[in-house]
Write a protein that binds this ligand. Structure first.
Ligand code: ADP
Ligand code: ADP
Length: 231
């Protein structure tokens, strides 16, 4: 089943007194349920813009975005059930890590306190946050913040997960652990995921398919084997 579909998706940034920027110039893509797509390409090719449009954090210039077969472009971000871990998608400074994780969950599902606590604890264990649940974002390293962002995206059990360089601030050891945990989470929970990365090893070990973007379009699409073995 197709879980996420992009149809001729486009974005042109227009600001007064500046030339228009065609950041995304017609993307067609279909992800089946549970698939993890690695999105690669040079800086400025339109990866983040694509993710932000899917998440509802950026308006769409043209085309359509379907989740579970239904168009979501008219829906605000909170009504899309899409989990995002973006570098500049900030944590709430006044809240502890545990409260940051619980926040979206309570707001969205009106879940019972006990259920929320259990889910937060479970995800915290998976991404190694148990020691810092009572800390506040300002006191965390960038690697820790990154893992909190990842946990916050996961805890909502979204239909679609969007990860923008989720391991970039981790040290080598932690990157290995988190990458393995991501793979396990993906297998256990089966999120349909787009993962933006520069890291070839990350793409190879995690992705079912890889899309290579350039200048706002997808230039290559295939399995990691097809992408990395092609001349
Ligand atoms: P990537 O994530 O692949 O680095 P981006 O989606 O961030 O690419 O950017 C694609 C293009 O759109 C770049 O030329 C970038 O400068 C431009 N761009 C991104 N965000 C904006 C914005 N808010 N306003 C104007 N141009 C933007
Ligand atoms: P990324 O490559 O991860 O998108 P960028 O440094 O390109 O990171 O963008 C960081 C922020 O700056 C984004 O919110 C983006 O919308 C904004 N931005 C990027 N390029 C431009 C631009 N040319 N004009 C205005 N805003 C921009």
């Amino acid at each position: 089943m197709t879980e996420l579909e992009l149809r001729d998706l486009r974005k042109t940034y227009r600001a007064r007194g500046r030339p228009a920027v065609d950041a995304v110039r017609g993307i067609d893509l279909a992800l089946r349920s549970g698939e993890l797509l690695g999105l690669l390409g040079p800086s400025g090719c339109g990866k983040s813009t694509t993710l932000r449009m899917i998440a509802g954090l950026e308006t769409v210039t043209g085309g359509d975005i379907l989740v579970g077969g239904a168009s979501v472009i008219e829906r605000p971000a909170q009504q899309r059930n899409i989990g995002v871990a973006f570098e500049n998608y900030a944590l709430y400074p006044p809240l502890t890590v545990a409260e940051n994780l619980a926040f979206g969950l309570r707001a969205r599902k009106r879940a019972h306190r006990g259920d929320v606590d259990r889910k937060v604890k479970e995800i915290a264990e998976r991404v190694d946050l148990t020691g810092i649940l009572d800390a506040r974002p300002a006191g965390l390293s960038s690697g820790q913040k990154q893992r909190v962002s990842l946990a916050r995206a996961l805890v909502r059990e979204p239909d679609v997960l969007l990860l923008d360089e989720p391991l970039s601030h981790l040290d080598a050891a932690q990157r290995d652990t988190t990458r393995r945990e991501l793979k396990r989470i993906q297998r256990d929970l089966g999120h349909t995921t787009i993962l933006v990365t520069h890291d070839q090893e990350e793409a190879l070990s995690l992705a079912d398919r890889i899309a290579v973007m350039k200048d706002g379009v997808i230039q290559q699409l295939g399995t990691p084997y097809e992408i990395y073995d092609s001349p």
